[in-house]
Ligand binder design. Structure first.
Ligand SMILES: C[S@@+](CC[C@H](N)C(=O)[O-])C[C@H]1O[C@@H](n2cnc3c(N)ncnc32)[C@H](O)[C@@H]1O
Length: 258
């Protein structure tokens, strides 16, 4: 049965959050709150960025929300509940989540069922294995510049020839929006036990330079909905362009889908 996008979003938020009850009240309410507030999750589906068969490495996966979201999306799609004209959500063949926080990883392990593996570890050290999609959502600024360069090189090496790398970053050139995002990110980092140390942010042109030097073709997309933040999704691809997209992705539609 086809459904409208707003109904889809509400069903996905409910279905993807529900399993977190097994991991406690905090895990459940955090999942509901984040999936409801952050337009990135619905935006990723609206844009149809993932390949049909996705082998995903999620660096800084937190409590595994992306895995829960994508698996729920595919379940709805398989049941025939999907908006007409929307891209088919990926079939997640496997997803390997890595996070430094033991408590986040435990919550992910308790809640998310399916072809998932959540590992407590440091993205600077763990073995990335192989993947055709690597995601790093709001996590790269936790490590310093030299470590970022090294992690990106290792992501490039871990990716399949036509691989996709989705990385959401704070744009250090974005003025007040960046100050606000950065302040919130630092508060989040502090609450997660990362102390008061500074976060390591770069401007979007800097990110583009680094990624392009590694052989990625990169598009950018705002993914903040109507929130005044400076987070930008960098959509980085390996392999030849297929001519379907160019330049900065026109993602306002996705951004505003609610
Ligand atoms: C803002 S949270 C984002 C979580 C998740 N990507 C999401 O979008 O819901 C950043 C995450 O990065 C993790 N992190 C920070 N430094 C890390 C490192 N060196 N290795 C692995 N994970 C790290 C934190 O523990 C935290 O869960």
């Amino acid at each position: 049965m086809s459904m409208d996008p707003a109904t889809l979003r509400a069903r996905l938020i409910a279905q993807a959050s529900e399993p977190y009850r097994a991991a406690g009240r905090y895990a459940y309410h955090f999942a509901r709150g984040k999936l409801s507030r952050d337009p990135m999750f619905i935006g990723l589906l609206r844009l149809g960025l993932f390949p049909g068969d996705a082998h995903i490495l999620d660096l800084g996966c937190g409590q595994g929300l992306l895995a829960a979201w994508l698996l729920s999306a595919r379940r709805l799609y398989d049941a025939g509940d999907w908006p007409e004209g929307w891209p088919t959500p990926p079939r997640v063949a496997d997803i390997h989540g890595v996070d430094h926080s033991r408590s986040d990883v435990t919550r992910a392990q308790l809640a998310v069922e399916g072809p998932v593996r959540f590992e407590q570890g440091d993205m600077r050290l763990v073995d990335f294995g192989r993947a055709n999609v690597v995601v790093m959502l709001d996590a790269v600024h936790y490590v310093d510049g030299a470590s970022q360069d090294d992690v990106l090189r290792r992501v490039r090496a871990a990716l399949a020839p036509n691989g996709l790398f989705l990385i959401r970053v704070g744009d250090a050139d974005a003025g007040l929006g960046f100050q606000l995002s950065n302040w919130i990110d630092r508060a989040v980092a502090f609450c997660r036990g990362y102390g008061r140390g500074r976060l390591h942010c770069r401007s979007v042109p800097d990110w583009l330079r680094v990624l392009e030097a590694l052989g990625f073709r990169v598009e950018t997309a705002p993914m903040n909905g109507n929130l005044p933040f400076a987070n930008v999704m960098l959509i980085a691809r390996l392999g030849e362009a297929d001519g379907s997209t160019s330049g900065s992705a026109q993602l306002r539609t996705a951004d505003n889908t609610s």
